[in-house]
Write a protein that binds this ligand. Structure first.
Ligand code: GTP
Ligand code: MG
Length: 214
């Protein structure tokens, strides 16, 4: 959970989803596309044939004009079913989540099970799923078997979360997804941390700072 300490605020953001939906690819592209003041190297902790066994981590950050240092640690979980314990550990104390679904019609069951596991793991690690800043990304829009956007929008119409459509492989939709999460994150925390009132940080400035467009 984010805490303001010594004029520093740090947010943990987690890319969650079924195996091989493109979580690691999202982080790799963000690392290429974004240029905030602070950008660390992307770390991949243990992979096997390109599959995440533990997690990936991308550290980003910027300083608000008030001097407040805002840091983001972006994690991916391993999607393979066997690694549920690791997923739980990575999810613990998350401030926001991007759920990366695979748009291919053959992956609908996997998406559904992974989403269910997100809700369950949130409650296991003490996160309030109802209040968690969450955005849903349908990745791999380039696949010929991708479920059409209109169908997905209809199916998710009752859900409160922003829906994003991406082809992470070529970087499309990756920044827009991150931006949607930043927006939810800001709205959730502005009041508690007095981002606008004390730190003069508007929603637009928060997003621009995190992306490196300030
Ligand atoms: N066609 C297509 N392939 C993609 C896209 N995004 C990722 N991939 C490919 O899908 C495979 C899995 O991508 P990863 O980013 O490793 O997926 P992951 O979700 O991190 O997988 P795990 O770590 O096993 O959970 C790789 O071969 C990627 O190149 C996309 O938008 N379109
Ligand atoms: Mg991965």
């Amino acid at each position: 959970m984010a805490e303001l300490e010594n004029n520093r605020l740090s947010f943990k953001l987690v890319y969650y989803g079924p195996a091989q939906s493109g979580k690691t690819t999202n982080l790799l592209r963000l690392h290429d596309l974004l240029s905030p003041e602070l950008k660390g190297e992307m770390m991949s902790m243990e992979t096997q044939n390109d599959r995440t066994l533990f997690f990936d981590l991308l550290p980003l950050g910027f300083r608000a004009s008030s001097g407040l240092l805002i840091k983001f640690r972006l994690f991916t979980v391993p999607g393979q079913v066997a690694h549920d314990g690791t997923r739980k550990a990575v999810l613990s104390r998350a401030d926001g989540v991007v759920f990366v679904a695979d748009s291919d019609r053959s992956q609908e069951t996997n998406n559904g099970e992974a989403f269910q596991s997100l809700a369950e793991n949130c409650s296991r690690v003490g996160l309030d799923f109802e209040r968690l800043p969450l955005v849903v990304q349908f990745n791999k829009r380039d696949l010929p078997g991708a479920v059409p956007e209109a169908e997905l929008r209809e199916r998710w119409a009752a859900a409160p979360w922003p829906l994003l459509f991406a082809t992470a492989l070529i970087g499309e939709g990756v920044e827009a997804t991150f931006e949607a999460l930043l927006r939810s994150l800001y709205r959730r925390h502005d009041e508690a941390f007095q981002l606008a009132a004390v730190h003069g940080l508007s929603e637009a400035a928060f997003i621009a700072g995190a992306k490196g467009e300030a």
